[in-house]
Design a binder for this molecule. Structure first.
Ligand code: GUN
Ligand code: ZN
Length: 430
């Protein structure tokens, strides 16, 4: 297959920046080039060096824009594309009033297919090349999700939500049907192309103890799969969970007692944690996922990133659309910055951009495949225009450093800042 060379400014991370001066954490090349063959990055370096190695490669010149690994969204809900921006309530009412009625529509394969196409259009438009997604309770929604991702060649993670109680008719499975459907979906999709299956008990409120036992069985049969769920997002949710599982020491103890916690577990929200729960996160290596726009939108609370990191816990960051209010990881980092500011924590832009790329790849165990522009990784690349709006261009005119430019992108950027998106080396946005 033909060699492709993308020319532009290059930024890629090697480890999480300890602070704004940690130059060893990343490589930045002013006139850089990526050489791509068969969807894999073959070379990265200065344009001069790389173009000499491949004089016949087809060159696309993205100067003066910045090339970065595609964004990774560590928690999003596919069947909530038409829930985003629904007014007025906090978590439990929001689920009952807006979310469950919408998710019920995904029993229809045509609706699922139609919405999957629109969902992936949004991801691409916003520069997200990989996500860990919750589908609906219906198998059809998962098939539509992975089919569409496969058509576009995207590395995607997702799973059917398991929920057998406290949800309306048409949105409940049973412990046995949830188990059977999940098994069938894993067999069809896990490891097919770039798809990865995530075992997805929605949260403790919607799974009976009998279902949790089935989830435990799935987790041990398929220990190569990730697990995703929700944890300690809202005070009413926590109180109701305690009523439903009276023997549990706390919310996290429910998931722990069913053997669901490991470094492959993603725990959306994880806001109101008790010291014992934090100790369990440390012991198991499970990953909290910070969902800033959602946490503000539903009035859920402030995620204590620094407190968890101080214990050695590695957190993801995510949009949580449809409670999250934007598909943009730039806007997610913007709101994340503000949530942390409210707690006296300063998210440096280098740390922010690491988080939305390599950082999220690490919590998914995929850093050898995505999240960087390293040689041998998959060529999911985004091209960022820091002057994509008049206000940004005005501000950029007096920016003097890479960090300043990144911060402008973080605070002011959105889908308009995403000029191009390469998925496995193929341009998908323009
Ligand atoms: N907890 C259980 N389900 C959901 C959901 O769909 N969104 C959010 N934000 N929290 C949840
Ligand atoms: Zn969620």
């Amino acid at each position: 297959m033909k060699l492709k060379l993308l020319r532009g400014r290059i930024l890629t991370f090697h480890h999480e920046p300890r602070n704004g001066d940690d130059d060893a954490a990343y490589t930045y090349i002013e006139d850089g080039a990526l050489l791509i063959r068969d969807g894999i990055i073959q070379q990265v370096g200065t344009f001069e060096t790389v173009s000499t190695m491949a004089p016949t490669a087809l060159v696309t010149d993205h100067r003066p824009h910045l090339m970065l690994a595609g964004f990774i969204d560590a928690h999003i809900h596919f069947p909530q594309v038409q829930v985003i921006g629904s007014w007025g309530s906090q978590l439990l009412n929001w689920l009952n009033d807006y979310t469950f009625p919408q998710e019920a529509l995904y029993a229809d394969p045509d609706h699922s297919k139609n919405m999957a196409s629109k969902f992936f259009d949004q991801l691409i438009a916003h520069g997200t090349t990989t996500a860990a997604a919750f589908c609906s309770v219906h198998k059809t929604s998962v098939d539509a999700f992975f089919k569409e991702a496969s058509t576009r060649g995207m590395r995607m993670l997702g799973g059917k939500v398991l929920m057998d109680r406290n949800a309306p008719e048409g949105l409940r499975d049973t412990p046995q049907s949830g188990y059977d459907d999940t098994k069938a979906l894993i067999d069809t999709w896990h490891g097919t192309g770039r798809s990865g299956y995530v075992i997805t008990p929605r949260f403790a409120i919607t799974s009976s103890p009998a279902q949790m036992e089935m989830v435990q069985a799935l987790a041990s049969e398929y220990d190569e799969c990730h697990i995703q769920t929700h944890l300690s997002e809202n005070h009413d949710e926590i109180a109701y969970t305690a009523e439903l599982y009276p023997k549990a020491r706390d919310y996290l103890d429910i998931y722990h007692s069913y053997g669901l916690l490991s470094a492959k577990t993603l725990l959306g929200h994880s806001i109101h944690l008790k010291p014992r729960e934090i100790d369990v996160l440390v012991a198991t290596g499970a990953h909290p996922v910070f969902c800033p726009t959602s946490n503000l939108f539903l009035g859920s609370g402030l995620f204590d990133d620094a407190g968890l990191r101080a214990k050695g816990i590695t957190n993801g960051i995510a949009t949580d659309v449809g409670a999250g209010t934007s598909y943009s990881m730039l806007q997610t980092l913007n709101e994340g910055y503000k949530v942390l500011q409210l707690q006296g924590q300063s998210l440096h832009p280098l740390q922010a951009f690491h988080w939305a790329t390599r950082g999220n790849a690490c919590i998914l165990g995929l850093e050898d495949k995505i999240g960087t522009l390293d040689v041998g990784t998959e060529a999911d690349v985004i091209v960022l225009n820091s002057k994509s709006t008049g206000a940004m261009a005005l501000r950029m005119d007096c920016a003097t450093s890479l960090s300043e430019e990144l911060f402008i992108l973080q605070m002011m950027g959105d889908d308009r800042a995403i000029t191009e998106v390469y998925v496995a080396g193929e341009p998908r946005k323009s």
